[in-house]
Design a protein around this ligand. Structure first.
Ligand code: CU
Length: 134
């Protein structure tokens, strides 16, 4: 019995997913619920490079003009990532391990944003910074 019910639930979930996909198919404006990273279309006006090590970002107080920039995380030891707090730029994440580098384009809007490393304990140890866009 539970088996059948489970399958029915799975089918319902698939149907719901299909409906969601169809609903999101329009593209363009609107998609406030989207969590996946979408690369901005157009060239980056500059590259902002941030070093990550145990346990700090350098620089940790950054200014930029609005528009598309390439945000680059340069590993200087350890396993780290960079995301924005307070739901800003959902889906945007850079991650480095050891001396690796990760980079993504981001379309910056005017505002003041906090970024941090999500690995347990890293933020409280100092892996937090501010990006001011104006
Ligand atoms: Cu970290």
């Amino acid at each position: 019995m539970t088996r059948v019910r489970g399958r029915a639930a799975a089918v319902a979930a698939l149907l719901a997913a299909g409906l969601l996909l169809a609903a999101c198919g329009g593209g363009g404006g609107g998609g406030d619920d989207e969590k996946a990273y979408v690369e901005p279309k157009g060239p980056a006006q500059e590259t902002i490079s941030i070093e990550a090590k145990n346990f700090s970002f350098t620089p940790d107080d950054i200014s930029s003009e609005p528009g598309i920039v390439e945000l680059e995380l340069v590993g200087k030891g350890g396993l780290h990532d960079l995301v924005f707090d307070d739901g800003a730029y959902p889906g945007f994440q850079l991650e480095v391990n050891g001396s690796a580098t990760d980079a993504k384009k981001i379309d910056l809007k005017a505002g003041k944003y906090t970024f941090y490393c999500t690995f347990p304990g890293h933020r409280s140890a100092g892996m937090e910074g501010t990006l001011t866009v104006k």
